[in-house]
Design a protein around this ligand. Structure first.
Ligand code: TRP
Length: 454
């Protein structure tokens, strides 16, 4: 650990925006709709919201505590707070998880760049939903086109990372996030007004709990962790850069609220549009890429130029949202290599970038030529997604919850939550109860349920 060298986020708002920048990304706009679509819509969303409150918010505060108290990246944080105990493995596991997530997340981030290009060259003009489906599958199975975008995206992330925490992350979050939010609201309105959109709204808002299975619970829990950037020490690494005045509880609330709102709005864009043009809501990872171009085409049918401008703006902002997330993911293994092995930040970042390019290439090809290579019946891309989001993140979150609930000195926990007694934190007893009992037991029950234990 090199405590003296650590830079801080310049302001409390900077801390919130950076954490929100990490949380809001493809998880909200790409993954949430397709998981909700795969798992029946409204009932999934209800369970998802339960997971956000029950697991997400308390675990986010826990990660903040771990990070700010240890002043170390996640790989070293557990070691710093509980020296010479096996807890350090939780930190190492987080580093690995972050790396693996990047290995497929960056592929999807690359797709957004292809769609930026298509918007520029008018590639959506005059096409129907059948053609959009074909266009996406041809692109994602192309031998090198997605790889090209993967490389562009990963190298951009690399560039921001080596420029340092403060300028790189803070500056990019500040302007673009509010802009994305405005656009997402506008598109949701457009989508709901499309002919035949009511069925999609119903799918999103009218729960049918009779269809709920163990998979739905596991999916909702995994999505909550994924979307809020929890369970691998991403936000704890950011919190190690928080100042002593940053209010942990309030920051978690703001980030959780923004993140959830963007996800629900993304659902409000996708499902009404999908039902309107006859795309199945369970189309999987391609869902937003085959549905959204329809929105831009149809909602602006009399004004094709306006549709293209809107599409361009949307994909650029989505790419930027993905970038603030990939930066936060990249930061974890980079800070770990820097602090643990004493590499310069530049060298640490180069090693991580190289690794991501390799894993990313494999998972991108898994959607095309290497599709027959499977693990547990899934191609590598789907496997990485399943294994990280549905297993590793909930496990890491459970560990963070147990660590703060049971292991760290309670005076330390209280001091962190109240900023050394300067704040009131009326939620403290509930928070502790959730960390000690509800969250760990809840996560365990969902795991056991999935395994068919009851
Ligand atoms: N939460 C981001 C999104 O929704 C992705 C992400 C960034 C993430 N950091 C993370 C997911 C850490 C899991 C863990 O797009």
């Amino acid at each position: 650990m090199q405590q003296n060298e650590r830079v801080n986020f310049g302001s409390k708002l900077g801390a919130i925006l950076a954490a929100a920048g990490s949380a809001v990304g493809l998880g909200n706009v790409w993954r949430f709709p397709y998981e909700a679509g795969n798992h029946g819509g409204a009932a999934f969303i209800c369970i998802y919201l339960g997971c956000v409150f029950l697991f997400g918010l308390p675990i986010m505060i826990s990660e903040f505590i771990i990070g700010r108290r240890s002043k170390a990246s996640t790989g070293e944080a557990y070691q710093a707070l509980a020296p010479h105990t096996p807890w350090r493995w939780v930190g190492y596991l987080g580093v690995l998880t972050g790396f693996l997530i990047l290995g497929y997340y960056a592929v999807v981030a690359g797709w957004t760049l292809e769609y930026v290009l298509q918007a520029v060259i008018g590639g959506f003009d005059g096409k129907d939903s059948e053609t959009f489906i074909r266009m996406f599958s041809e692109f994602s199975q192309h031998p090198f086109r997605p790889l090209l975008w993967l490389f562009v995206f990963v190298l951009t992330t690399h560039f921001v990372i080596v420029k340092g925490v403060k300028e790189g992350i803070e500056r990019s979050s500040k302007v673009l996030m509010p802009l994305l939010f405005v656009l997402v609201v506008a598109l949701a309105v457009c989508s709901v007004l499309l002919p035949g959109a009511e069925k999609g709204v119903e799918f999103l808002l009218k729960p049918d709990f009779s269809q709920v299975t163990a998979d739905v619970f596991l999916g909702a829990m995994g999505q909550a962790f994924f979307s809020m950037s929890l369970g691998m020490g991403c936000l704890s690494t950011y919190a190690s850069y928080f100042g002593k005045d940053t209010r942990l509880g309030a920051t978690a609330m703001s980030v959780g609220l923004i993140d959830t709102l963007v996800a629900i709005l993304a659902g409000l864009i996708i499902f009404p549009a999908a039902f309107s043009v006859g795309i199945q809501p369970d189309a999987g990872p391609s869902l937003i890429f085959i549905t959204l171009p329809n929105v831009f085409q149809q909602a602006f049918s009399g004004f094709p130029l306006l549709g293209n401008v809107c599409a361009l703006l949307f994909y650029v902002l989505l790419a930027m949202a993905a970038l603030t997330s990939t930066i936060s993911l990249h930061e974890v293994p980079t800070a770990f290599l820097h602090e643990k092995f004493g590499f310069t930040r530049g060298k640490a970042a180069r090693l991580v970038t190289l690794g991501i390019l390799v894993v990313g290439t494999v998972s991108s090809l898994a959607l095309g030529d290497w599709g027959e290579v499977t693990l547990f019946g899934m191609n590598i891309f789907d496997f990485l997604d399943f294994f990280t989001a549905k297993i590793m993140l909930p496990l890491g979150g459970m560990m963070a919850s147990v660590f703060v609930g049971w292991i760290i000195d309670k005076q330390v926990v209280r001091a962190e939550v109240t900023n050394d007694g300067r704040l009131k934190a009326p939620y403290y007893p509930v928070f502790l109860f959730i960390l000690r009992y509800l969250a760990p037991v809840g996560i365990l029950v969902i795991f056991l349920n999935e395994l068919g234990c009851f």
